[in-house]
Design a protein around this ligand. Structure first.
Ligand code: SF4
Length: 322
């Protein structure tokens, strides 16, 4: 049984205009998205900025309500939880945010930041919080002495370690990591990714890992879903996606990853035009305005995400493979 099952999920944000705030339309941030996440795996969610991946992550953690469809966590519909069930859900599902500086309260010490969850969930009577926080800090590579420091006293990487400590403090089962290394230097990124991998093994965690950077996603993911304008256009295990990608958008994203060997040359595919407005997505295939393989049918009919290789669980939404 998957730990997370997403079926036909839609999240639309209404747009209003004028002094009377008349409804003008919708931002189709997540538009009919379905996938599952297996316990213990990392599912990478990748796409350009504005493709809906962060909104999707917030729906998975019930921070946003749905417009339609459903999300089941361990067979429970997360949008129908009672307040008591929602509190338990928040123990089991956590989020790590992109900017650790913004997600941490600058007026609180690390100890105050980390003890908050124990207090909210009334776990403080049963444990020695100082001991618990000391263990947490060690787990994420920080020192006991860091407990009394404030966020501004840390580097970006150390602040993200505090963010990770906060996310794992109550032994969650699933963590949605929203661009957790995007704001960090390249040298620090790999250390944080390795920390996430170590914690996953130690704590049997499941991750949904959101990033705009396919190279980063490949490092950590078992399977990868590629998103474009609110839709998943390709979903496959990480190796298949890199070696046998099918969708023209994935092809373009992969072509932008630099190869460390200067002798090896590869064609960089420059996508034509701007990313269309998610408020008014193109008819037919949403990618047709930028696709170099586009034909008539692409402008008229929207391709459906279909299985292409059952053994590899490789799905693609493109008329070339329909
Ligand atoms: Fe390109 Fe057509 Fe495939 Fe869309 S359906 S990705 S436009 S070839």
């Amino acid at each position: 049984m998957p730990i997370l099952e997403v079926n036909n999920l839609k999240k639309y944000f209404p747009v209003y205009k004028g002094v009377f705030l008349r409804p003008k339309g919708f931002v189709y941030a997540v538009d009919d998205v379905s996938f599952t996440v297996k316990r213990g795996e990392t599912l990478g969610l990748v796409g350009e900025s504005g493709c809906g991946k962060t909104t999707l992550g917030r729906c998975l953690t019930a921070l946003y309500d749905k417009t339609d469809g459903n999300v089941h966590f361990c067979d429970q519909d997360i949008f129908s939880l009672s307040p008591k069930e929602l509190k338990t859900f928040r123990l089991r599902v956590q989020m790590i945010f992109q900017d650790p500086f913004e997600s941490l309260d600058a007026r609180q010490t690390v100890k105050e930041i980390l003890e908050e969850k124990y207090l909210i969930h009334k776990k403080h009577n049963r444990i020695n919080i100082d001991d618990e926080i000391a263990v947490l800090l060690e787990k994420v590579g920080l020192l006991n002495a860091d407990m009394s420091k404030y966020p501004h006293e840390f580097s970006g990487g150390q602040r993200q370690r505090v963010g990770i400590a906060r996310a794992i403090s109550l032994n969650p089962e699933l963590i949605v990591c929203d661009e957790p290394v995007s704001a960090l230097d390249v040298s620090v990124q790999s250390k944080i990714l390795n920390l996430l991998l170590k914690l996953q093994e130690e704590m049997k965690l499941t991750y949904v890992f959101i990033s705009h950077d396919l190279a980063v996603v490949k490092h950590i993911s078992d399977r990868i879903a590629v998103m474009y304008l609110g839709k998943i256009v390709e979903l496959a295990d990480a190796d298949s996606l890199y070696d046998k990608h099918l969708h023209p958008y994935t092809e373009a994203l992969l072509s932008a990853i630099p190869i460390p060997d200067p002798e090896t040359k590869k064609e960089r595919i420059i996508l034509k035009g701007e990313i269309p407005s998610i408020q008014n997505p193109p008819k037919g295939c949403r990618f047709h305005t930028r696709c170099r393989y586009s034909t008539d049918i692409c402008r008229k009919e929207e391709p459906v995400l279909l299985i292409n290789n059952r053994e590899k669980e490789h799905y693609v939404a493109c008329h070339q493979y329909g």
